[in-house]
Design a protein around this ligand. Sequence first.
Ligand SMILES: [Zn+2]
Length: 334
Amino acid sequence: MVTVAALLLMLGAQAEPAAAARKAGASPQGPLSELFGAGRPKLRGALLPVSIPLPKPRPADAPAAGPETPAAGNQAPAGSDQPAAEAAPAPPSACRLALSEEIAIAPSIPDIHGAGGCGGEDLVRLEAVVLPDKHLVAVKPAAILRCAMASAVADWIRTDMAPLGLSLGSVISDLDNFDSFECRGRNRVVGARLSEHGRANALDVRAVRLANGQSISLTDRTVSRGLRESVLHSVCARFSTVLGPGSDWYHEDHIHLDLMERHNNYKICQWNVWDPLPPIAPLLPAERPDEAPPREVAVKSDAVKPDAAKPDAAKSDTTEPDAGGTMPSTKKRR
Ligand SMILES: [Zn+2]
């Protein structure tokens, strides 16, 4: 039945051009149509005898769609089932659905499948967090993160950091993104295990800015200790890894946050909130000039033992910078 119907349709479809061709051939306007279709005359000749007895199946109109539909229905599922399944985009994840525009401006981006396990799926570009009062906290620059990590960051900003900003008499306006997705080993060590940054599962935060222009560096010793401790408790309750000053030599100037999954939900929270003023460094220059007597001794000893004095001076010169260098100066980053 189907093939018969299809055949009839084909013939019917050809019958019209054939009829039209007949008219065209009869009329003397031929030149143009002849020029356009050089092959038509042959077809016309072949079809004419066949098409004449077939004006009946002329169902090119809508009604004819009736018998067509089963044919189309039979063919479409067989041929189009698999392509349709492949072409259909994956349904949005629960995380994606939850991370609505009321929570964050975080458009989805294509999955990344890089070398060495780098990349991830269900990725977003976190551009801003939307506070409950509709204020935007811009993430600068926008962070490439897995949806779950972006969602955790958004929740942290909305729930914990926004009230903190209000307690300071302003509103949080910016989150200083020091690093998000980056295909690399831990701490940028070549050959080291893949960092959670390489899995788009980590964010390095250096500071938070307020609408009044104030910038709060999370690792700045001069920032209120209480404020930094409240941030510490906040992030350690939310993220599975928190690394800051005192954790290693790579996190003295920013806070690393990630959602790495470990056995038994083991968490790492390593962030020493340093006291505002380290006691050792300021004392060093104030030691000597108080007492005069040592100078005479020094002069004598210089006169008597010039050779011995020099090594001493050399020692003190080398020890001071060392002491100063090991304490606060850590210029390695991440
Ligand atoms: Zn990091």
